[in-house]
Design a binder for this molecule. Structure first.
Ligand SMILES: [Zn+2]
Length: 130
């Protein structure tokens, strides 16, 4: 599986988009001014999730993210999504059979799930002796 990279033109377009008028590079994830901090052009949609890989990436599909503030956590989420997408795909193709599970006991009637309501308690007992 090859991961498409942004062409230099698109890359430059994303950087330009993330650069303010006073030449500050801003994180497109949270708006933090990155200054000398490391940043990375991230795929807005994880490439592994894309169906059509022949199409060229556009600037709209990339985001300039600060490595510390946004890129690292997002990558972690993406990995999970990719794994999930792959699992679903495998299931669709019938590669992975769903686990055989034990037959579940029939659902109990709602009424029996209810906690029996105790009869109202008498808080004050009538004094029989005076
Ligand atoms: Zn950020």
């Amino acid at each position: 599986m090859s991961r498409r990279e942004f062409s230099p033109t698109v890359y430059a377009a994303i950087v330009k988009r993330a650069t303010t008028d006073d030449h500050q590079i801003v994180c497109e994830g949270c708006g933090l001014v990155l200054g000398k901090k490391a940043w990375h052009i991230d795929h807005t949609i994880p490439d592994a999730m894309m169906i059509d890989k022949s199409r060229k990436l556009t600037a709209a599909e990339g985001k300039l993210l600060g490595v510390e503030c946004c890129h690292a956590p997002k990558t972690k989420i993406d990995q999970g999504n990719i794994a999930k997408a792959k699992a679903v795909e495998a299931k669709d193709l019938g590669i992975k059979r769903s686990k055989q599970s034990f037959p579940r006991p029939p659902k109990q009637a709602k009424a029996s799930n209810k906690i029996p309501v105790p009869p109202p308690r008498q808080l004050f007992e009538k004094r029989t002796q005076t």
